[in-house]
Design a protein around this ligand. Sequence first.
Ligand code: PXP
Length: 252
Amino acid sequence: MTLQHTQKERSAPRLRLGVNIDHVATIRNARGGNHPDPVRAAQIVAAAGGDGLTVHLREDRRHIRDDDLARVIEATGLPLNLEMAATDEMLEIALRFRPHAACIVPERREERTTEGGLDAAGQHNRLAPIVSRLVDAGVRVSLFIAPDPVQIEAAMRLGAPVVELHTGEYAHAEDDQVAIELRRITDMAALAVKNGIEPHAGHGLTYENVSPIAAIPQLAELNIGHYLIGESIFVGLDASVRRMRDLMDDAR
Ligand code: PXP
């Protein structure tokens, strides 16, 4: 191990990798049976060095279903991050299962994936009771927001301990826009920490674009799904998680 590597390790703590296993369930549901089982994916993620599991229980249950939640929570010792819409139904489920963390996301039935950040500023009154009930229940609440100071300020007002910065604009940017989007995420990670909020990031991250994000020293966690599950078709889930883990570690 080189001195430079040791110094890097000292300057930024280990970045956690949360693996979103929704798309294992997407493939399972395509045939209506039990294979491939997200529980098996959870166990492989744990063995490959993932730090957490993420699932999004959508209103239409298009991938993860209610009965997967308990099974995934029990499958490994890894913390579960439940992505959920700000609805009474999802709040009731989160309070029943008490995952380690809950990430509140915007959800529209017709979207293919979570396409934008939560309007934490505009939806304060809707979000406030949900955030406080989850926090009171000991669930670590995060808000999936655009890297925008207005949204960080709104997260502070809501008392959310964590924000997940949406990296979709960065992931889809081209040419000069990449640096602009990266700067926004870098600045908002710093602003969050300055205000006592733990910043995470995720959406659209791949082997090719993860390193500059992983190098942002304030970020504590990345949540990555689609690319890792897609890549696992070619190299296996163990190998895809390990490679992402290595890229993240090398960036620090
Ligand atoms: N974080 C949140 C809050 C998400 O909604 C998603 C997508 O489900 C991700 C991270 C992961 O995004 P991707 O699947 O593009 O890696």
